[in-house]
Design a protein around this ligand. Structure first.
Ligand SMILES: NC(=O)c1ccc[n+]([C@@H]2O[C@H](COP(=O)([O-])OP(=O)(O)OC[C@H]3O[C@@H](n4cnc5c(N)ncnc54)[C@H](O)[C@@H]3O)[C@@H](O)[C@H]2O)c1
Length: 314
């Protein structure tokens, strides 16, 4: 029988994509949305159950847990910017719910808890081959809160029967399921939007910062791999394993724009700081060992974003 999955943060940028992917693979998917369920009947029909609740409402979480899920995927967090608010508030959304969810659902026979963390927990000054045992060095509240939630997961990995899996995602990109999704600040999406709307790309840096980018379609496939083949209580990078400078990314966006629209656009960079980052790779060997490989190249992914803009007539 296909597994029963509860997605916490189902209407979010990643949650909405993961819900569609897993429902299409035949899993019985339920979701928790906030502040409301998106008005899209096709999407709603994919779910066994959809709930609306603030993640801080533990009474509602306990009610939902009565439905007994095999897998819970926890995708709720404030973004980088919102995570700079008061520690009380940020902890109440980014940290305490991880503990409450684990406390409530492990007692109801949950088999697997998947927590979405971030490679930001390694800090900015990373270099070389970054595997999952690389030392953490949180340098902002967003990273810090994910790191603390990871510690809570590791506690339950030891002190409950539930498989507590942590995924550390690099930088996802791609068109959203819902136009209201909080995704246009993500760097690939932002540069494509600039190219399409402004007919130029203006970088906030000299283009030297390095990033690993992974398309949302591949994030969904990686989650499915982890559900089916992941080792108990493991930590996995979800990354492409390829690193680009922001300037290289901008040049790819420029190249694809030219191939689609037959027009050359300019790339404007900020003044060089002469402070070049060290090379690194977000190693995804653990994920590839359980059967994952990327399916969408950066070129293809950028092209698909332009197709999305065309379809939406933005
Ligand atoms: N998108 C990326 O590239 C990326 C990279 C690394 C890590 N992550 C992590 O993956 C997870 C999902 O990211 P995303 O890009 O989908 O972000 P998102 O902002 O689109 O999703 C966050 C979800 O949390 C929900 N939420 C916020 N406050 C809530 C509350 N009080 N009660 C209930 N729900 C609440 C939102 O409604 C949304 O569904 C986050 O933990 C994020 O830090 C994302």
């Amino acid at each position: 029988m296909k597994k029963k999955i509860l997605i916490i943060g189902a209407n979010g940028y990643l949650g909405a994509q993961i819900s569609i992917h897993l429902a299409n693979q035949g899993y019985k998917v339920s979701g928790l949305c906030f502040p409301e369920i998106p008005n899209d009947t096709n999407w709603i029909n994919l779910f066994e159950n959809l709930f609306v609740s603030d993640i801080r409402d533990t009474k509602k979480l306990a009610e939902i847990a009565e439905n007994q899920y095999d897998i819970l995927i926890h995708l709720v967090s404030l973004d980088h910017h919102q995570s700079n608010a008061s520690p009380d508030f940020v902890a109440s959304v980014n940290i305490t719910p991880t503990w409450n969810l684990l406390d409530i659902f492990t007692k109801k026979g949950l088999k697997k808890f998947i927590f979405f963390s971030t490679i930001h927990i390694y800090g900015k000054d990373i270099a070389g081959d970054i595997a999952e045992n690389y030392p953490t060095n949180s340098q902002n509240p967003y990273a810090l809160t994910h790191c603390i939630s990871e510690t809570i997961c590791k506690y339950y990995a030891v002190n409950s029967e539930t498989d507590c899996t942590i995924v550390r995602l690099s930088n996802s990109y791609g068109s959203p399921v819902f136009s209201e999704n909080n995704c246009w600040w993500l760097v690939v999406n932002d540069l494509c939007r600039q190219a399409f709307s402004d007919k130029k790309i203006v970088l906030q840096s000299d283009g030297s910062p390095l990033r690993d980018f992974i398309n949302g379609i591949d994030v969904c496939r990686a989650v499915e791999n982890i559900i089916e083949n992941g080792e108990k209580n493991e930590t996995y990078h979800i990354s492409s394993g390829k690193t680009y400078s922001i300037l290289e990314l901008a040049q790819i966006v420029q190249k694809i724009y030219k191939s689609v629209y037959n027009k050359q656009i300019d790339i404007l960079t900020a003044k060089s700081t002469q402070n070049y980052p060290k090379k690194y790779i977000i190693n995804n060997n653990k994920l590839t060992q359980i059967g994952f490989s990327t399916s969408v190249s950066l070129d293809e992914g950028v092209k698909k974003i332009f197709e999305y803009f065309e379809k939406k007539q933005l």
